[in-house]
Write a protein that binds this ligand. Structure first.
Ligand code: AMP
Length: 293
């Protein structure tokens, strides 16, 4: 039976007891509305650690749009049941005041001096499209690492740039080990996301165009194309065939040398990244070119 805690202080005490007993903790931070992608991270955490622990917190610090935060799906009871079903040891939630008891101003906002610098991986793409997003991510993940003190923390490749930001954060802290897990997809290719629930059935079908565009870049890569511009054009051509999709970016980066802008010249390694909207639902996806996925 899963242990459910509604207070970060109680979670901190439980994790400390587990660590003191010599048990390893695999930690999966989430914003809830859990799906098979999240559960694949929890299963990996369970397989590699004595305990698996999950946080469910829709972090207001990382939302640049109030309406995206307001509409973000929330069903903590259903999340707890799903986590119980896969054998998760503990799940906890909290409020901004619970996570930052001494760091908020009188209006309940985080005082700027407590914001954590997300580092250079936050530059460009998501960092450019979503003002303050990665500061919000780094600030909450830093605090979650303080609360849990995990042996390993599990993140999805789905949020590619985020996985770089938290990897850098963990390296600066000296722990935990960050494990990046493959993207779980719907049968027609759309990357699983809590936001998919907000798509109409028609848009949910149409949204498979994003993974088709990434597939086109991968095909060109395997055929020998190494030019970032040409690979990006391949993706944009596919995406332009879907009139409901409003493109924000379709770009390439070198995964081993993150840059704010698209690299020029031939690429030795490449990750293709796409973001855009169907109506007011924003979706992101990516693919490391030449990889198995
Ligand atoms: P979120 O609840 O969206 O903040 O996601 C929590 C964690 O689950 C993050 O590390 C995400 O990258 C990961 N995640 C979300 N969707 C997927 C997916 N489709 N496949 C694998 N991991 C995912």
């Amino acid at each position: 039976m899963i242990l459910r805690l509604d207070d970060p202080a109680a979670a901190r005490a439980w994790c400390a007891r587990e660590r003191d007993a010599g048990r390893t903790i695999g930690f999966v931070p989430t914003m809830g509305a859990l799906h098979a992608g999240h559960l694949s991270l929890v299963e990996r955490a369970l397989a590699e650690n004595d305990r698996a622990c999950v946080s469910v917190f829709v972090n207001p610090l990382q939302f640049d749009e109030a309406q995206d935060f307001d509409h973000y799906p929330r069903d903590f009871g259903a999340d707890v049941d799903l986590l119980d079903g896969v054998g998760c040891s503990m799940v906890f939630t909290g409020t901004l005041a619970g996570f930052f008891p001494d760091e908020l101003d009188d209006a309940g906002a985080l005082r700027p001096e407590f914001s954590v610098d997300p580092g250079p991986a936050a530059l460009g793409l998501e960092g450019a499209c979503r003002d303050g997003h990665f500061e919000g991510v780094a600030t909450i993940v830093d605090r979650l690492f303080d609360v849990v003190g995990p042996t390993r923390a599990y993140f999805g490749q789905k949020d590619y740039q985020q996985s770089l930001v938290v990897g850098d954060l963990a390296a600066r802290r000296g722990a935990p080990e960050v494990v990046v897990c493959p993207i779980a997809r719907e049968p027609h290719g759309l990357a699983r996301s809590s936001r998919n629930e907000r798509l109409s059935p028609d848009d949910r079908e149409r949204a498979a165009v994003i993974s088709r565009a990434l597939g086109a870049a991968d095909e060109a890569w395997r055929a020998g194309d190494r030019d970032a511009d040409a690979l990006a054009r391949r993706m944009r051509d596919v995406l332009a065939g879907e009139p409901r999709f409003a493109l924000e970016y379709a770009e390439l980066r070198d995964p081993a040398a993150w840059t704010a802008d698209a690299p020029t010249g031939p690429l030795a390694r490449a990750v293709a990244l796409v973001a855009g909207r169907f109506g007011d639902v924003r979706l992101i996806d990516n693919r490391v070119l030449g990889d198995a996925s």
